[in-house]
Design a protein around this ligand. Structure first.
Ligand SMILES: Nc1ncnc2c1ncn2[C@@H]1O[C@H](COP(=O)(O)OP(=O)(O)OP(=O)(O)O)[C@@H](O)[C@H]1O
Ligand SMILES: [Mg+2]
Length: 471
């Protein structure tokens, strides 16, 4: 996103052309006008500055390219025929020097064909001389809108790459960073860890990561879901059994606690365990010893247990449904995974991550999201957390064309019209526009935990504008 990079404030050549740029917003888009007719440069400079753009000018392609190297330019408006380097060469070289810049071609008589070539080479559009101010502004607006959109999606992909170089748990928000820090810190100990959090928040993802980061990471992590099996089968699964231990136990079998020796056992949905099994689990955790079902030979095991639940174990302890001693034994270290709605700024990062995955799976190359789709994704409350987002993106990729952007049309209607994360703002008539604006900025900031970048994205303004308004 261009707005992320502090703009070098160019002493615009425009000042020499009598179009002062001091009153422009700090985050005004930068347009470079390249034409060998000073008259035309001056006219465009005036027109664009008056409409809120910062303008740079150059008299030929070479000068233009030099400016592209030096300054951060959002859009180039270039003539085709100029002395030294022409517009077509500037386009080709400029795309290499400044990949995030859009190009619009200015064409004179008899150069329409070249203009069409230029569009094939990646220019956004062309305007014909003599041009009307209306058409020019419309083309410039549209080209800049596209530039902004691509820049935003590109910046998202770049941030994602940075995160992925470190680990495959996506998240940059404060609550996520805290959870990750704790996980990394405790991974190397043998302490039992209890992962809590709503369904779909990433408890299993964290369990695998903690296992991988531990000294036991070279062995596979063994997972047992305590919800999937009735009592006897779960105990047989955990502790193994001797022949004849129960009807159907025709041979003997090793349990997961034995199989996970020197490794990690992930006890998923531990809140679903029956009281009898809870007692047996407590004993292994305390003494590292157990017997197979129907056996009496004590078996010692060295297992690191990671447990997960989306039930409120504390409440279950109060209600007598979960053993208090087991709860404390499991809850040596608790990592509470944040809900997706409390991690506003992670939504688009995760969405981009899933977009890449599902692009690969479906052989598509969708490069990002339209601003409306991005806003809908960020505004939704995601009761099903990351899993719900993952499913929504898979559906969107399947429904989108090859190389489109993802729009609101392919998002589930619950996301577009469903429960929104943001509360309504009560602004009565009689309030000044300025106060209403401040109230909206403040409420948006509150809803994203004070994160100015995300708030700015939702409000459709630059983060810098928020900083300035808050001062
Ligand atoms: N931070 C993350 N980065 C990337 N993918 C994630 C992240 N968090 C969750 N996911 C993905 O979201 C889905 C749900 O995550 P997971 O199964 O770990 O949730 P859970 O908390 O165990 O849910 P449940 O309580 O329903 O079992 C998975 O497909 C997982 O890969
Ligand atoms: Mg799970």
């Amino acid at each position: 996103m261009t707005a992320d990079n502090p703009r070098k404030h160019p002493a615009a050549a425009g000042s020499a052309l009598h179009c002062p740029q001091d009153s422009l917003e700090d985050d005004a888009a930068v347009v470079l006008v390249v034409d060998d007719e000073p008259e035309l440069c001056r006219a465009l400079c005036k027109l664009l500055t008056r409409n809120g753009y910062r303008v740079l000018t150059a008299g030929n392609g070479e000068e233009g390219l030099e400016t592209l190297r030096r300054e951060q330019v959002d859009l180039v408006l270039t003539d085709l025929q100029m002395p030294r380097m022409g517009g077509m060469d500037l386009l080709k070289a400029g795309q290499v020097v400044s990949p995030g810049t859009e190009f619009v071609i200015i064409t004179g008589h008899g150069t329409i064909e070249t203009a069409v070539d230029a569009m094939r080479a990646g220019a956004y559009d062309f305007i014909e001389k003599p041009f009307s101010t209306g058409t020019t502004l419309k083309v410039v607006d549209k080209a800049l809108e596209k530039q902004r959109l691509l820049a935003e999606n590109r910046s998202l992909r770049e941030r994602l790459e940075e995160i992925k170089q470190v680990h495959d748990i996506i998240g940059a928000s404060e609550p996520m960073r805290r959870a990750l820090d704790t996980a990394r810190q405790v991974a190397r100990s043998t302490a039992t860890i209890l992962l809590t959090g709503e369904s779909g928040t990433g408890k299993e993802v964290f369990a695998s990561a903690i296992h991988r980061w531990s000294e036991r990471g070279s062995l596979p992590m063994i997972r047992v879901s305590c919800a999937a099996l009735p009592e006897t089968l779960l105990e047989a699964e955990l502790f193994g059994y001797e022949r004849g231990a129960f009807t159907g136990a025709v041979g003997q079998r090793q349990g997961r606690f034995e199989a996970a020796d020197h490794g990690t056992l992930f006890l998923d949905e531990v809140g679903e365990m029956s009281p009898t099994t809870q007692v047996k689990l407590l004993r292994v955790l305390q003494e590292s010893v157990f017997e197979r079902l129907g056996g009496n030979r004590p078996i010692t095991t060295d297992v690191r247990v990671i447990a997960a639940t989306n039930s409120d174990l504390e409440a279950m302890v109060r209600e007598g449904r979960f053993r208090e001693d087991l709860y404390y034994r499991l809850n040596v270290i608790n990592i509470e995974l944040p809900t997706l709605r409390s991690r506003g700024e992670d939504v688009l990062l995760l969405a981009s991550h899933f977009l890449q995955n599902f692009n690969r799976k479906n052989g598509k190359s969708i490069s990002g999201f339209t601003p409306e789709a991005a806003a809908a994704l960020q505004g939704y409350s995601w009761p099903g957390n990351v899993r719900e987002l993952e499913n929504a993106i898979e559906r969107a990729v399947v429904l989108s064309k090859e190389d489109d952007l993802i729009g609101t049309g392919v998002l589930p209607s619950s996301v577009v019209n469903g429960p929104q994360r943001y509360s309504k703002l009560d602004i009565g008539v009689g309030v000044t526009l300025k106060d209403a604006e401040m109230a909206l900025i403040q409420a948006t900031l509150d809803s994203v935990g004070g994160d100015k970048e995300t708030a700015a994205r939702i409000l459709g303004i630059a983060a810098r504008t928020i900083y300035r308004k808050l001062q």
